[in-house]
Design a binder for this molecule. Structure first.
Ligand SMILES: [Zn+2]
Length: 319
């Protein structure tokens, strides 16, 4: 039986190519810059080289490979071979990646949105194993989710199901990168947390921790560090964002009645000053009947969720 699978996780800043088996054990991984998504040809060349390299180092040929799974941060067409829209990777839009890799390696290629892929990663290798109804929610620079309903990935009519980052959380609120106002992502993502502190400083707050820092260098990550060092403005910014996220998650629980929500992404790496206010909001806003059956968990796949998600696409594809 063919044991091995290749995962290609294309992100806005970096691309990871990994080799793994059916159980989600990673045998090797290569990471390189995505060139800001501008140089698609160069990135494709490096993806092909990385795959060939991983195979040869492990003394494998593509005959022993079940398939290649490709996760991309954007909308995928219904045949799941073409990248329709990807604000972070403009040069990849309307590009069919599957036929190119198929031609070189002669194995099936499966392309999927990255949040959906991560949900499948949880389904095959993580806390979603054996769970029929759950969501994987990533809280990072943006907020996205992949929904598994009745054991199947819920893609929706045009493939955009799960965009919880763009549910309206504040009418006429802060501008979101998507063009709308008041989206959850504009209040609860890592980016939003950084911007909230920037706004407070512009309005006259003078937190000592950020005294020597340029406004533009204040990000979700630096706010986390500041909060861990005890900075009150940073702690409040995280608590406020966590409250908004909790409201969003409660809406999702009310809508879908899932068994669990699995949370991942950079913001979830350090949950002090975040998890508690988030759960408080979930309890406050969720319908008790639905909340009673729902566990809210942190992903245990950690930094490998992208790679395992890409690998899971192959298992899902051959089903
Ligand atoms: Zn939005």
């Amino acid at each position: 039986m063919k044991q091995w699978m290749i995962g290609v996780d294309i992100g806005g800043t970096k691309i990871a190519v990994s080799l793994g088996n059916r159980k989600g054990k990673l045998l090797g991984k290569k990471v390189f810059s995505a060139e800001g998504g501008k140089k698609r040809r160069e990135s494709m060349r490096r993806i092909r080289l990385a795959i060939a390299d991983l195979l040869s180092v492990n003394q494998l040929t593509s005959r022993q490979v079940l398939g290649i799974g490709v996760a991309v941060p954007g909308a995928i067409d219904s045949q799941r071979s073409m990248i329709l829209k990807s604000p972070n990777l403009p040069s990849w839009e309307h590009f069919s990646i599957a036929p190119v890799l198929k031609r070189v390696f002669h194995v099936p290629v499966f392309v999927e949105n990255d949040a959906n892929a991560a949900a499948l990663g949880e389904r095959y290798f993580g806390s979603g194993r054996g769970v029929g109804n759950f969501l994987y929610v990533t809280v990072s620079t943006g907020i996205g989710s992949g929904i598994v309903a009745n054991g199947e990935l819920l893609r929706g009519e045009g493939g955009s199901a799960g965009e919880i980052g763009h549910m309206t959380i504040v009418p006429n609120g802060i501008h979101c990168d998507c063009g709308k106002r008041g989206c959850l992502e504009a209040y609860a993502s890592g980016t939003a947390i950084g911007k909230a502190v920037q706004r407070a400083i512009r309005k006259g707050a003078k937190p000592a921790y950020f005294k020597k820092m340029r406004l533009s260098n204040i990000t979700g990550q630096t706010v986390t560090e500041a909060a861990r060092a005890g900075d009150q403005l940073a702690i409040q910014a995280r608590q406020k964002a966590a409250d908004f996220l909790g409201i969003g998650l409660a809406n999702v629980i009310n809508l879908l009645n899932p068994r669990c929500l699995i949370l991942g992404g950079g913001v979830m790496e350090h949950v002090e000053h975040f998890w508690e206010p988030m759960m408080k909001a979930v309890r406050r806003e969720a319908w008790p009947m639905a909340f009673r059956n729902c566990k809210v968990l942190r992903s245990r796949l950690g930094n490998n969720v992208g790679d395992l998600g890409a690998l899971a696409l192959v298992l899902e594809g051959e089903k």
